[in-house]
Write a protein that binds this ligand. Structure first.
Ligand code: HEC
Ligand code: HEC
Ligand code: HEC
Ligand code: HEC
Length: 377
């Protein structure tokens, strides 16, 4: 377990330090050091995110004269910026949502008490501990990246959309072949995947080996490249090799990518119990009864203040109730599921109980509020 402490910058250093110790001890004891820190927030074969770099990051932070509450966001943004190590997942302050105005990321560095959106300091203790920089205008403290994210732990059981990052070539020896990654990641925790060519050839004849620990050990060797079709590794992850000619892939060439969960601090809506991230802070707006299941009707508006669309209620099976007859639709008007407008980010998603949740309708990052366009960095 990672110690839970409050101060943002020293947290990064101390946690990383502890992890360094664990990592070192594990190495000494000859046990696997893997998962000392969860990928992609940990060393890959080519990216250097380790204890020392992690501790030095605050000193290169993008925010200049940082206040205590600004520093957590700036730490994240020191990599999550258009030129940083996490440039594919850049999150810029200018793009954060201002209610009723614009923006496409959920607000960060925002006062946790916001009556306009029914937001209050969370009840979840781990999230509450990470409201930072309380001041006179905001004695409750500010919600920052780490209020919602645990940057050290990527745990699939907390929900969220899993991600397979694009494969990047890290060792090029002059060949012309390409490797792409795809699939829906379903591992319990995150991994870096390393692909190395171990038999020269074309997409039809080359072979490769692959690793989940940056090449310390290999899961499989001599695997056929699949002749342009997807080759399944594990955890729902697939790779595709493309390239003709006997030297399209050369021995020793490497590609890497991660399969990961979004480092959540608390569970999103899940079947059964668990803390419920969105409804925790926005509980003023919650139309669900407290103590789920204790009320005869979960959808009764109390008549007073603004409430959200009901959540934690089942989406009826199409055809069973008049006005639901058609089921959800794609942006192009075809039925979701059977039709496909090629845009997974406008699909209405339901939780493990087929219930409607906040994230059925809302995105969190890169949510451009336009059904017709793909929500992406
Ligand atoms: C030292 C660099 C670095 C710092 C600092 C950093 N990240 Fe990351 N983060 C990365 C990299 C690299 C990736 C993977 C990017 C990719 O796949 O293209 C990543 C990915 C992520 C993901 C996506 C995981 C997924 O699969 O959905 C989340 C969430 C995330 N970071 C949150 C944070 C938060 C919150 C902070 C600050 C507390 C933070 N990061 C600070 C480097 C960093
Ligand atoms: C840590 C508490 C907290 C959590 C967790 C949280 N919110 Fe918020 N939310 C806020 C606060 C505070 C604001 C007001 C932001 C501001 O002042 O700009 C807000 C604003 C919003 C807005 C208005 C944004 C806009 O464009 O106007 C939406 C929509 C929203 N939240 C949805 C969600 C969803 C969906 C989730 C779950 C993924 C969630 N929130 C989780 C605290 C939270
Ligand atoms: C109000 C809570 C909240 C705040 C504040 C927040 N995030 Fe997130 N973030 C989430 C949730 C929830 C997801 C997962 C959404 C999903 O899986 O559909 C997510 C996903 C991500 C991802 C993955 C996006 C993708 O498309 O794969 C990154 C990267 C990320 N967050 C980084 C950050 C950084 C950096 C900050 C601060 C600048 C931040 N987040 C602030 C709740 C939050
Ligand atoms: C059925 C779809 C749906 C569900 C479910 C839903 N919302 Fe919304 N929400 C919307 C739409 C559409 C808007 C924009 C309406 C508007 O601006 O008048 C909105 C607006 C908001 C806003 C106000 C944004 C602003 O700028 O004032 C907040 C906050 C919010 N939702 C939070 C939540 C939370 C928290 C949940 C889960 C408890 C939730 N919503 C569930 C569709 C939904």
């Amino acid at each position: 377990m990672i110690p839970r402490v409050r101060a943002p910058l020293s947290t990064a250093c101390r946690c990383a330090l502890l992890r360094c110790l664990v990592f070192g001890l594990a190495a000494l004891a000859g046990t696997s050091p893997a998962q000392a820190e969860d990928p992609p927030h940990w060393l890959s074969s080519s990216i250097n995110i380790d204890c020392t770099s992690q501790c030095h990051v605050p000193h290169q932070a993008s925010g200049g004269n940082l206040t205590a509450n600004a520093s957590n966001v700036a730490l994240c943004q020191s990599c999550h910026n258009p030129a940083g190590l996490a440039q594919d997942l850049s999150i810029n302050s200018n793009d954060a949502a201002v209610p009723g105005v614009d923006g496409y990321h959920h607000g960060f560095d925002v006062c946790a008490l916001n009556t306009e959106t029914g937001a209050q300091p969370p009840l979840d203790n781990e999230m509450l501990l990470r409201l930072m920089g309380a001041d006179v205008p905001c004695p409750q403290g500010y919600a920052v990246c780490s209020t919602c994210h645990n940057q050290h732990s990527s745990d699939g059981s907390l929900g969220g959309t899993p991600r397979v990052s694009p494969a990047k070539q890290t060792t090029a020896l002059g060949s012309t072949g390409t490797v792409t990654s795809q699939g829906t990641f379903n591992g319990a925790e995150s991994f870096w995947y390393l692909i190395e060519i171990d038999g020269q050839g074309s997409q039809a004849t080359a072979t490769f080996q692959w690793s989940k620990d940056n090449g310390t050990s290999w899961m499989q060797t001599g695997v056929a490249a699949g002749n342009g079709g997807p080759v399944t590794l594990a955890d729902g992850v697939e790779v595709v090799f493309t390239g003709g000619g006997g030297a399209a892939f050369l021995v020793g060439e490497r590609w890497e990518f991660s399969g990961s969960w979004p480092f959540l601090r608390a569970a999103l809506e899940l079947a059964g119990a668990g803390s419920v991230m969105c409804r925790d802070c926005h509980r003023e707006w919650d139309l669900t009864c407290p103590g789920d299941g204790t009320c005869p009707s979960v959808t009764t508006w109390n008549g007073g203040s603004v409430k959200s669309h009901p959540v934690r209620v089942a989406y009826p099976v199409p055809g069973t109730e008049g006005f639901y007859d058609d089921g959800p639709r794609e942006g192009d008007g075809t039925a979701q599921g059977t039709g496909d407008d090629g845009n997974p980010t406008n699909d209405l998603i339901f939780d493990g109980n087929s219930d409607i949740e906040c994230l059925t309708c809302h995105g969190v990052h890169y949510a451009d509020s336009n059904t017709l366009t793909l929500d992406q960095p």
